[in-house]
Design a protein around this ligand. Structure first.
Ligand SMILES: Nc1ncnc2c1ncn2[C@@H]1O[C@H](COP(=O)(O)OP(=O)(O)O)[C@@H](O)[C@H]1O
Ligand SMILES: [Mg+2]
Length: 336
């Protein structure tokens, strides 16, 4: 114990979360016939290395099955790595899961930590006791969290009667009652409506800015990242493909946004300034692709000046397309 306290004090803030060539291999047994099973190994996380500094807010993105949840589970100690070295606040998560639990908060978008049949407040009271949160701090935190997430009127409602968005916000409060230094969120905006998404994003921004909580956010919604994170890590097939600013990701992936234009009538393809170009025409509606790193305003102004415009909208690049492109262009140049 003495040794570990020394380790904690020596920990530099830059290395708050540390992964060195971390791996997770699952043994999967597949039924291939009557009494016949085939053993197969799935390398869900493949030699991933990164550092997260205290107070950072980092996006961790990638397509389905990329290894995001597996990484989060190793960071909480739920899963033990098959190889490599992993530390959170100087602690080896799988060896000291309980000690780490007091310092981290985790929200899994796909399942709740709240008690289904109990009123929301009862779950919080249970957390209060489970984490031995001092009474004054518990009350202060509850007050501070419940209001911005608009849960004040819902505390007496059983969790099963909450909407998905309300339940998610309820989960975020539960994860923060014990003042964790780091919060992991695994797809916290999945399935949420626009209003709920905005509330979740706003409270995360505040938490990070005002309390300096380190946040690791897993998502496949690029807008979550755009609005919250200055740094993004991309994982695909268990490997770290990119680690840097989001703008850099757009450059590396050469991703494009789409401008959807509704004209007054059917017209030949719009002559747009390169590299913008029409990629699809359907009656009076036309689709133009343009680099995601460029502003849409200029393009819109040019079109509006020369064409009878009725309506328009901009579509963000699809993260899977960005990553697919990166994969082709960066093959063999993985970060780790
Ligand atoms: N408990 C498990 N047993 C076997 N395979 C698993 C298990 N958990 C995840 N996997 C596999 O590991 C890979 C990564 O999964 P996951 O980390 O859940 O991806 P993501 O969260 O990015 O969608 C997938 O191929 C998935 O099928
Ligand atoms: Mg997942």
């Amino acid at each position: 114990m003495v040794d570990q306290d020394v380790v904690d004090e020596d920990l530099v803030d830059e290395d708050f979360i540390e992964l060195d060539r971390v791996e997770k291999v699952f043994d999967v047994r597949k039924k291939t016939g009557f009494l016949k099973r085939e053993r197969r190994q799935v390398r869900a996380v493949d030699a991933i290395s990164f550092r997260v500094a205290r107070g950072e807010m980092v996006g961790y993105i990638g397509p389905n099955g990329a290894g995001k949840s597996t990484t989060i589970k190793m960071l909480t100690g739920i899963l033990t790595p098959s190889g490599g070295r992993l530390r959170v606040a100087g602690i080896d998560p799988s060896r000291e899961r309980t000690r780490l639990a007091h310092r981290i908060g985790v929200v899994f978008g796909q399942r709740t930590t709240l008690w289904w049949d109990l009123p929301l407040i009862d779950s919080y009271r249970l957390m209060h006791r489970m984490y031995r949160i001092p009474d004054a701090r518990y009350r202060a935190n509850l007050g501070r969290l419940v209001e911005p997430l608009e849960l004040g009127d819902l505390l007496d409602v059983p969790v099963r009667q909450l909407s998905l968005g309300q339940r998610m916000r309820g989960d975020i409060v539960a994860a923060l009652l014990h003042d964790p230094e780091v919060l992991y969120l695994d797809e916290p905006t999945i399935g949420l409506d626009v209003v709920s998404k905005a509330k979740v994003r706003e409270s995360l921004r505040e938490l990070n800015a005002e309390r300096g909580t380190t946040v690791l956010l897993t998502t496949h919604d690029l807008q979550d990242i755009e609005q919250l994170c200055s740094r993004v890590m991309v994982i695909d097939h268990g490997r770290l493909m990119y680690d840097g600013p989001l703008t850099g990701l757009h450059e590396v992936g050469q991703s494009e946004r789409t401008l959807v234009v509704d004209l007054e009538r059917e017209l030949p393809p719009i002559e747009a300034p390169a590299p913008a170009r029409v990629v699809r025409v359907e009656g009076p509606r036309q689709w133009l692709a343009f680099p995601a790193s460029e502003s849409a305003a200029l393009l819109v102004a040019r079109i509006a000046a020369e064409y009878p415009l009725v309506d328009l909208s901009v579509r963000e690049p699809d993260i899977e397309a960005v990553i697919a492109k990166m994969y082709v262009e960066q093959a063999g140049k993985a970060v780790s």
